[in-house]
Design a protein around this ligand. Sequence first.
Ligand code: ADP
Length: 498
Amino acid sequence: MVGKICRELKRLISLRSLQARIFIIVLAAGFIPSVIVRYGILNNYEEQSVQQRIYNVQNQLMIVGNHLISNNYFNTKPEGYTSSVSREVIDAELEMISNLYEGRVMIIDSSLKVVKDTYGISTGRTIISEEVIKCFRGESISNYDSSHGYIEMTTPIIDSSDDSGQIVGVMLTSISNEAIVAMLEVLDRKSVILQNLMIVVIVAMAMLLSVMLTRPFNRVTEAINEVSAGYSDESISVPDYAETVHIVDAFNQLLKRMRALDNSRQEFVENVSHELKTPMAAIKVLADSLAGQRDVPVELYQEFFSDIVSEIDRENQIITDLLALVKMDKKAQELNITSLNMNDLVELILKRLRPLARKKDVEVIFESVRPVVAEVDEVKMTLIMTNLVENAIKYNKENGWVKVELDADHQFFTFRVSDSGLGIPEESLTNIYERFYRVDKSHSRDIGGTGLGLAITKSAVLMHRGSITVTSVEGEGSSFTVKIPLSGAVSGGAAFAS
Ligand code: ADP
């Protein structure tokens, strides 16, 4: 249990787990926007508040500025004067603004002299400031210093009594921003609480989703484990996602193939046992009957012993064929490829088989369209040709014929064996390559067939990347055609003998 938990944790940490990835993606998808929104809202609020504050102060300063002009605060008009009452009213207005916005207002005339400072520190002094000079040139500024929490601005005092619109003075104002900062702090605290709540919800959602979304994959694993542990024989089904359906389909296909393989192996073992037992049973019967009799005539002994020998030969033949088949089935087995004159090979095989054909009164004809040289495994090629010609002779009628043809194009050579024999029923045509399949068991057995010849032949043809086809009419004869690449088993290319 502890080991399992450790393994799960390791898998999660290494990020190879889909569950961990979903968890992180959902977490990031929920967390990142919430942080962005939080900072976005706070920044936006700060910006808007500062702008609003600047706008309000500027408006009030403009009004004061108009009062300054109308009351000839700067004594710019020779005929005008400023009464002490008006000056006091204006000063009170300025005091009120500086108190209201917790700041300082300085009024500077065109000679850069401070004529009024609400702090009372700089009155009468000359101020040389870039912002003030710029403002006299018509470029008023407003700066927000967020680190020190104040806003600085310049406001031109424009003489609108004549049409010149001359800037006769500048108001240099700095106001505190503490109210906004305090509000921001409150907002920030609230948003932190909200964000923490959201993180809890997002983490819970991420965990839930990662578990829920990966559950079908766990179900696939469980179902496969059940099958491999042997609890279930059924095909599995997890229809939750298209992906799980694909995985499960592929697994079911594999399962089907493995079961078919298992069945065919079982069937093969049964067939082998049966085939090997039959000659043994016959030998036992023959031996028992000899042992059970007294004074058995010599002729009977001889007859029984010759039967026993032929049963032993048959047993031997089955074992030889089985060994050939097993060798052929070993995929790793390499082909021993050599460049071979196929015409010579056919001639040699026919020479070996002619005595058998003569015994059955069957005529063997060889038709070679052209000389053929191919890259093949000599032993396996001999097996293919011998099996096909031997079958054509074995399953023939008396005075029948067997025709062997050899031809080639630039890619393949074709080896065809036709006969005038018994033919193969249509329903058996697809089965003849199966191990131990015989159309007529007793007949085949009589003429020494094991039912393995065509299985061996087909394996050998496939090893050469070739094909084997058959056409047959029952009672009239059969024709087997083998098509093999001239050098396909090694590489591409053609080879004709000159
Ligand atoms: P066997 O060793 O019994 O000949 P094969 O695998 O070579 O086994 O052939 C399988 C069966 O196909 C044979 O038992 C026979 O019934 C049938 N068969 C094969 N070749 C021919 C043929 N040329 N004509 C008629 N039947 C054939």
